[in-house]
Ligand binder design. Sequence first.
Ligand code: IFM
Length: 446
Amino acid sequence: MPDRYDLPAGFRWGVATAAYQIEGAVGEDGRGPSVWDTFAARPGAVRDGHTGAVACDHYHRYPEDISLMKGLGLDGYRFSIAWPRIQPGGSGPLNPAGLAFYDRLVDALLEVGITPLPTLFHWDLPQALEDDGGWLDRDTAYRFAEYAAVVADRLGDRVPAWITLNEPFVHTVFGYAMGVHAPGRALMFEALPAAHHQLLGHGLAASVLHERGLEVMLSNNLTPVQPASSDPADVAAAEAYDVLHNRMFTDPVLFGRYPDLSALGVPDDIYGAVHPGDTDLIHAPGLDGLGVNYYNPTRVAAPTDPGLPFDLVDIPDVPRTAFGWPVVPDGIRQLLVGLKELYGAALPPVTITENGCSVDESADPDQPRIDFMSAHLDALAAAVAEGVDIRGYYTWSLLDNYEWAEGYHQRFGLVHVDFATQTRTPKASYTWYRDLIAGHRAGRPE
Ligand code: IFM
């Protein structure tokens, strides 16, 4: 059986973070409000009323965080750029201090030999755009492309590859369909125009980036879907869920068309959001790499609630993370092999842009995270052995950080953060990852 040391030579090792989850400094240097500032302030929206106002104070402490990355021996660092720092009002005037922050960050990374891999949108939409309809409004896609141009013009001389969006599925479903994330809209399937407008924004931004000679990726949170039984009703429900979670966000980009949405009861034009020519705008720029964020598979049964085309059910008899998520390392292999089978030549090289788990603070010596990462990397090596072109692995996350509606309760970091003092303490998984990276580069550990 192949293992993690069999991952190809030149495989890129990294860590991933996102602006609102680590930066803090939400009111500093001209940053405008984002939908997450608004949502987190809403009573009851986030566990214990936590907000990202301070988070890991990375805005001030980024030199220390880059030293931690250097200690890991990373090839790359995936972070996100806060649109409200660049355009506090979501469009129009630029904020020089915001651009200057990312300039400093990029330069400091390059100084220690780490390639920056920025994501342009990781859920912190400027509140001013939300006030005009957010991603439900087609215009937001065009504003996104303008913002992409500004940032690429400033950083593109030093940053070769860019991720447009992070997990448009999660942003659409949690933020616009269920209301458990910002902006807190609960529109159920009528949220799906927000998905289309994000994908349109991706396509328009991808053109802008390509015109500047830059590489483009898109990071989707993908899940292998298993029917709860071989009963045709469970199988049909699993297919419907696969369309919603996976194919709706990948088919338009790789195939240039949406999958059949009829099992979801959604019209082909997604309630009038899809205009003639839109799928070309999404597909034609092409994708240089697909970012895959993998956490767990999803088990699906026939609906018990007639208003939904599926039921999500527990996966029995598997370990769980501190968050309660099922741990199924082979799911990453199944997912990647499935992508290769479905998309064939249309599938660009894959980078794992997130994978990791939350572990209780009391776990000593952070063994569940080491077990999680090592099993997933072995499964990744198995996918490579089955012919999937996988170029890198960015673990989620460098630091314990703000886990959205869970506030500071879920700890995903290789580095422990004491949120009262901002003291960073590397965990056992940090040392393990550092040694793995060095061992892989050397061929195999001694
Ligand atoms: O923290 C999130 C991240 O922002 C997006 N992907 C999943 C992570 C863990 O929930």
